[in-house]
Design a binder for this molecule. Structure first.
Ligand code: FAD
Ligand code: NAD
Length: 443
């Protein structure tokens, strides 16, 4: 059994490792077009910000360690074609330009996503970056030398994490967002405003509702960003305006894309073409709250899909359970978490939803270090079915979002949440934890 994996980061490497453990008889080959495999892209903003000492710390396993485990890792090898009838892939060696044809019995497409680059961002000016992979992080680090003013375009996950990282490195930061508020894809409006207020309080110049018109440069290096609201001087520009799934190979293989534009796969990660599997950021999943296909490209989802694909490709039986849209990030001292649906998303899905907001402290107010926490809990009117939660609070406190995520997986109600025996002692929570207070109010 020859298993070929395309893409060697989260989904691809999880699949390769899992297939190897599932069966000693399979032959596992991973083709990665870049220089790096098996690393945590999620850590990139923290290396740039100086929280993590170097990029090498993000590597989970080196190619040598993977080869020791009998996984044939081939770097700088780009898969350029798939013949699903002959069951072969065409691979181009990026160093020599030579191509080879490799047979497979099972093929996994774990090709991830690419950052969106608006036309103005396609430039040869130095100092203009996206942040997707490890070399992007290294390039930003190199551009920091002598840089004083950064302009980040896009106030989503990467924009908000990088606002902190670049401020920490001493740069003046301007954050430009085309939508009416920051974090627009993650939170309801009131919470978006709170995130913006915190980022502004930290000295970031946040400008929303802005259209970028172009970049300016001098002697080959960026000098600023032209917008419909004026010129923003910058010697470092980070473009973080979203991602789109890498689907070229799927099209070549005749694999069906889903309604989200990402690859459609069943819960065994099988695509519409026999013998071809898909996993990770390039693949859509089923949202357990709405039952609909969604494309929410995140780390745990990629790893889990890869694991499921690896087991199944090697002859085992595993199923991807779907997701509930849980996500978390921090910007400066503020932790932001969400799961399920926001009020706006619930309404968009045609649900009759209500939300309650609770402001409290993350632990007993009389115990040192108590910090504000805000919970917005969303439920279905009438039935009380939990639909989602959004939390803002001091960094780690918002991880309690996982309690709601667990209930969402099981179709729980606000009554179920209110009944939970949650841990309590003054340094950790109030006796009635803020989640219980929210559940009581929503019930
Ligand atoms: P990718 O990581 O994109 O890997 C795909 C690989 O396939 C790439 O290395 C690419 O070179 C290779 N490839 C593509 N096409 C070919 C081809 N034709 N031939 C050979 N190789 C090919 N998620 C979270 O849940 N939490 C976080 O805190 C978080 N932080 C993040 C921070 C940053 C800065 C970034 C960029 C992402 C973050 N994510 C986070 C998202 C997370 O990193 C991704 O969900 C995860 O990396 C997806 O893994 P993947 O294997 O599906 O795709
Ligand atoms: P994103 O979708 O989170 O945010 C993009 C932002 O850019 C949005 O607010 C959007 O309105 C804005 N935008 C779009 N076009 C624009 C334009 N022309 N001008 C100005 N603003 C514009 O995408 P991202 O921040 O690029 O992150 C990419 C992916 O990385 C995310 O989808 C997520 O999967 C992953 N990620 C996750 C985490 C985390 O979970 N903590 C952290 C970093 C990255």
């Amino acid at each position: 059994m020859r298993i070929v994996v395309v893409g060697g980061v989260a989904a691809g490497m999880s699949a390769a490792s899992r297939a190897r453990r599932q069966s000693p008889d399979v032959q596992v080959t991973v083709f990665e077009r870049g220089d790096w495999v098996s690393y945590g892209a999620c850590g990139l903003p923290y290396v740039i910000g100086g929280e993590v000492e170097d990029f090498g710390r993000l590597v989970a396993r080196t190619p040598g360690q993977l080869r020791d485990r009998d996984i044939d890792v081939r770097l700088r090898q780009e898969v350029t074609g798939v013949d699903a009838t002959a069951r072969t892939v065409t691979v181009r060696d990026r160093e020599t330009g030579r191509t080879l044809t490799e047979p497979y019995d099972r093929l996994l497409l774990a090709t991830g996503v690419s950052p969106v680059r608006p036309p103005w961002a396609v430039t040869s000016l130095a100092g203009v970056h996206v942040l997707r992979d490890l070399p992007d992080g290294q390039a930003i680090e190199a551009s920091l030398e002598g840089a004083k003013q950064a302009c980040i375009v896009g106030a989503g996950y990467i924009g908000l994490e990088m606002a902190e990282a670049l401020s920490t490195r001493g740069l003046e930061v301007t954050l430009l967002e085309k939508g009416p508020e920051v974090a627009g894809r993650m939170l309801d409006v009131g919470l978006q405003r709170r995130v913006r207020a915190e980022v502004e309080r930290q000295g970031v110049d946040v400008r929303c509702g802005v259209t970028v018109e172009g970049l300016t440069g001098k002697e080959g290096r960026v000098t600023g960003v032209d917008t419909d609201g004026g010129h923003v001087p910058a010697d470092l520009v980070v473009v973080a305006v979203g991602v789109r799934p890498n689907t070229d190979l799927t099209r070549a293989a005749g694999v069906r894309l889903g309604e989200t534009g990402a690859v459609a796969a069943n819960d065994r990660q099988e695509t519409s073409v026999e013998g071809v599997y898909a996993a990770g950021d390039n693949t859509e999943s089923r949202h357990r709250v709405t039952g609909r296909a969604v494309h929410i490209p995140l780390g745990l989802t990629a790893n889990r899909m890869g694991r499921v694909a690896g087991v199944n490709m090697a002859g085992g039986e595993a199923r991807f359970p779907g997701i509930v849209g849980t996500a978390i990030f921090k910007t400066f001292g503020l932790g932001v978490a969400r799961t399920g649906l926001t009020q706006a998303e619930a309404e968009h899905a045609g649900l009759d939803a209500l939300s309650v907001d609770v402001d409290s402290t993350d632990h007993a107010g009389y115990y040192r270090g108590a910090a504000p926490i805000h919970v917005r809990l969303t439920a279905e009117r009438g039935s009380g079915r939990l639909l989602g939660a959004q939390l803002l609070g001091h960094t780690g406190s918002v991880k309690r979002v996982d309690v709601v995520a667990a209930l969402l997986h099981r179709g729980g109600s606000v009554g179920d949440l209110f009944e939970l025996d949650l841990a309590y002692a003054p340094p950790f929570s109030s006796v009635w934890d803020v989640l219980l207070v929210a559940a009581d109010r929503a019930g």
